[in-house]
Design a protein around this ligand. Sequence first.
Ligand code: ADP
Length: 245
Amino acid sequence: MALLNVRHLRKGYGNTVVLQDLNLSLEKGEVVVVLGPSGSGKSSLLRCINGLEPHQGGSIEMEGVGEFGKDVPWEIARQKVGMVFQSYELFAHMNVIDNILLGPMKAQGRSRAEVEAQADKLLARVGLLNRKTAFPRELSGGQKQRIAIVRALCMNPEVILLDEITAALDPEMVREVLDVVLELAREGMSMLIVTHEMEFAAKVADRIVFMDHGHIIEESTPDRFFTKPESGRAQQFLSGMDYSI
Ligand code: ADP
């Protein structure tokens, strides 16, 4: 069994079906990049996996943990599956370190000293140890996103979901955030990534999953996907993208 297993997932908003019989697994240490046109259901898939959106059918299961929302409550599932969003979702009234400490101390009952030691190491790694007491409004978008990544990592998740984390950033800040993700991938973090950065996708992915209209229509290695996409839909998608690999 893979680390994370999504089986026969079905999701709708009202009468609109956005994910249909979707099957996807993620091995430990694997990086899967989900690509697809806007509205194909990528974000809904990630949001279902950590329970931000309820699903109407199928299951999401983690090896050694059980089925989310059934064998284990979503509060526990969310500790196993961290998520970073396009919009950072940092609390504006809290400084950096308090934003980071909140989840581990409140949800996991860990001591301030222990989490802060872990946070300090991670902040140093992303070059932001000197911004510990800054408030989100004092940080650039790229800095906020690196803090959001540290916050997710401090929960010690098994898997991290990244939903378009550079989409709101000015171009010069994209690199500093993607470099952090590339380093996490090299260290063996299991990740499911939605991105529009094709060169980054090609570099970071072990596997590309291409979605359209709520279905996975192609799964491939990055090399094969970017040089010889099989489906007409993927060919069309890539032809509309500006990248060089
Ligand atoms: P993607 O991430 O690939 O752009 P989404 O998962 O955001 O796709 O959206 C898939 C479909 O679901 C789209 O048609 C979108 O309009 C719709 N959708 C997304 N979120 C909601 C919502 N909260 N309520 C109603 N429809 C939604």
